[in-house]
Design a protein around this ligand. Structure first.
Ligand code: SF4
Length: 348
């Protein structure tokens, strides 16, 4: 019931607040409004995020009266996945109602979950199937966290990346709240180094994210030539890459928090050494790394995949010129779980 918060419960038609995704502060406000002791908020956090219960009745250190009062006002928005597709390479794509996808990517010593933050997206990147489907709604912090909590592999997760459907900076309150739950001592207590949030470069929201959150940042760059970037990414008009880079230069990226740039390789569009040279120039002086991504062709996108030789030559050029660059392994292509393909076949 993700897009239509607040949700109406069928049994009594009253609007119930989703506890999942609320921060400690928000729970303290809720408890104050219900005349509960202040420490009850901490207890609820513990049940929600450490024990991950799916019913208020399971919160057994709350009194029966408190549980009844809380249950009348609130719910725990846990939803099981509707479907799971398994790739030949072990990647799994989970589909949640109403069309939210998360991708579980096991590797040798890591297990990453790629989560969605919106249903669809309004950024309209021309190479992205999600972007071509338009925008259908924001997810709440609870909807985002549910993608982690509801999968059987939760305990094995080492990393979370906000690189699924949607633009995280376009739903920043929910993304920041989800990151706070993941990294706070009242939440899961993860290191922020385990979380990467991506963006196409919404400058004001990026500034707020950098100021308020210690998680890694990944900027979708894709083309260093302004006119060409505009042709593939409409966001370039409102927030030119030069403004994005100027903002990033105001911060220190040499510490724990990592800055990376995502660069999808399109045949004859952005994959020659001239573009590599422009990219090196654009990133000069920034402590960062570049991830090259193989483009996955789809009928919806008017681009073709770069050859492995072009991708390797591009990578080698960047590395030779002082920009750390790797080619991101491609996973889950056979189940449309790879970059840019999410929701591509959902409506078909
Ligand atoms: Fe949205 Fe990301 Fe797709 Fe661009 S690439 S349309 S920001 S989901």
């Amino acid at each position: 019931m993700t897009r239509f918060e607040p949700q109406k419960e069928e049994n009594n038609q009253s609007v119930k607040r989703n506890l999942l995704g609320l921060t400690l502060l928000q729970l303290q406000e809720l408890c104050a409004g219900m005349h509960f002791p202040r420490f009850t908020a901490k207890q609820i956090c513990d049940w929600l995020y450490r024990k991950r219960v799916d019913s208020i009745d399971s919160m057994t250190n709350l009194s029966l009266a408190q549980r009844a009062a809380l249950g009348a006002e609130a719910r725990i928005g846990r939803e099981v996945p509707q479907r799971c597709q398994v790739s030949r390479d072990g990647t799994k794509k989970y589909l949640f109602d109403p069309g939210v996808e998360a991708v579980y990517i096991p590797e040798d010593e890591r297990a990453t979950l790629c989560v969605s933050c919106q249903v669809g997206c309004r950024m309209g990147c021309r190479f992205c199937v999600t972007g071509q489907q338009g925008f259908h709604g924001h997810l709440t912090a609870g909807d985002i966290l549910n993608q982690l909590f509801a999968i059987p592999e939760f305990e094995s997760l080492t990393n979370v990346v906000f690189m699924g459907m949607g633009e995280p900076m376009d739903n920043l309150d929910a993304v920041l709240a989800a990151c706070a739950v993941l990294t706070s001592d009242w939440g899961l207590g993860w290191s922020p180094k385990r979380i990467t949030v991506s963006t196409v470069g919404l400058v004001p929201q990026m500034r707020r994210f950098i100021e308020e959150c210690q998680c890694h940042l990944a900027v979708s760059l894709h083309n260093p030539v302004p006119a060409e970037r505009l042709a593939m990414m409409p966001v370039q008009k409102a927030y030119p890459l030069a403004d994005v880079l100027a903002l990033l230069r105001q911060y220190d990226w040499s510490g724990q928090r990592r800055l990376s740039f995502e660069y999808t390789m399109f045949h004859n569009e952005n994959d020659d050494l001239g573009h590599a040279a422009r990219l090196v120039e654009a990133l000069r002086g920034l402590d960062c790394r570049v991830n090259l991504i193989r483009f996955h062709e789809s009928p919806e996108a008017p681009y073709r995949t770069s050859s492995p030789a072009a991708i390797n030559a591009f990578r080698d050029y960047l590395n030779r010129h002082g920009v750390v660059c790797t080619v991101r392994a491609s996973r889950g292509q056979d189940i449309d779980a790879a970059c840019g393909l999410l929701a591509g076949r959902r409506q078909g």
